[in-house]
Design a protein around this ligand. Structure first.
Ligand SMILES: Nc1ncnc2c1ncn2[C@@H]1O[C@H](COP(=O)(O)OP(=O)(O)OP(=O)(O)O)[C@@H](O)[C@H]1O
Length: 267
């Protein structure tokens, strides 16, 4: 997969995204307080913490859904006090959601194709009349989408309306839709929530494959500690909106503050 063309090239291992002293409150509720961490190009970064710790708020800040009252975000060397979601998407930040957010009546193929819209130069009007250049472009995009469908092994269900699919497959289609925009940074909000063990194993494999094969940097929120420890290179731990630990899975699971706040017992 090609990296989005905008912005400077960041080498593997360099900081792709930096969060600095970010705070966000909803009225009197402090969702995130003075949090700093970074995500390096090519890594799988987990964000963990108990319910209400501020994890989803943090993802929403990174992709511009929420504007923090304090702090700053630097993505691909560009620092910004605020960004709109479409700017994040165009800049190369893709996203999946805690609850599947797909067009349920549309096929898997069309849902993934919808994720490709951002990459289409010729807009809806051109597509409507299937004018020459628009048709050529659509063929290219379809080929790319078919590659994703093969990659995610969902060929058999490509023409099935997603509302009829089991939950695990819906999550896979949602991953496909995020991949269709060729993200440089992919944010996954609880990608295994509600899955059985087999579905979790499948999704873990696909996340690792996306990271290895496409080189996509991934930040994920996950409650299953086994999954977090297996998948991630580094883990940031939030509790009541405050960062309490940051390090490799081994470092974090031995951290006393993490054990007290979250894990309960050392694993
Ligand atoms: N839109 C909102 N309006 C008001 N309060 C909010 C809003 N979104 C989040 N909060 C509050 O901010 C805090 C952090 O919530 P957030 O959803 O970010 O936590 P989380 O770690 O993702 O939790 P969970 O694991 O339960 O999804 C909570 O106290 C929550 O109630």
């Amino acid at each position: 997969m090609r990296a989005p063309s905008s912005g400077p090239e960041i080498a593997a291992g360099d900081v792709l995204l930096a969060v600095e002293n970010v705070s966000l409150a909803f009225g009197g509720v402090k969702a995130v307080t003075d949090v700093s961490f970074d995500i390096r190009k090519g890594e799988i970064r987990a964000i963990i913490g108990p319910n209400g710790a501020g994890k989803t708020s943090m993802l929403n800040i990174i992709n511009g859904f929420y504007q923090p009252q304090q702090g700053r975000i630097t993505f691909k060397g560009k620092t910004r006090p605020k960004m709109q979601p479409y700017e994040a998407a165009e800049g190369g930040i893709g996203r999946t959601f805690q609850n599947v957010a797909l067009f349920r009546g549309m096929t898997a193929l069309d849902n993934i194709m919808a994720g490709r819209t951002l990459k289409m130069k010729r807009g809806f009007f051109w597509q409507l009349f299937r004018y020459g250049p628009a048709m050529r472009e659509e063929v290219e995009h379809r080929l790319f989408v078919e590659e994703i469908i093969d990659f995610l092994k969902i060929q058999e269900i490509r023409r099935t309306p997603v509302g009829r699919l089991p939950y695990g497959l819906q999550k896979r289609v949602e991953l496909g839709r995020a991949l269709a925009m060729e993200p440089e940074l992919l944010l996954l909000d609880e990608p295994m929530a509600g899955m059985n063990i087999e579905e979790k194993e499948d999704m873990s494999r696909f996340i690792l494959d996306v990271n290895n094969y496409y080189g996509t940097t991934i930040a994920l929120i996950e409650h299953d500690m086994g999954v977090v420890m297996d998948l991630s290179d580094r883990v940031v731990v939030l509790d009541h909106g405050v960062k309490i630990a940051d390090g490799t899975p081994d470092e974090v699971k031995r951290d006393q503050a993490v054990i007290d706040a979250y894990l309960g017992v050392a694993h």
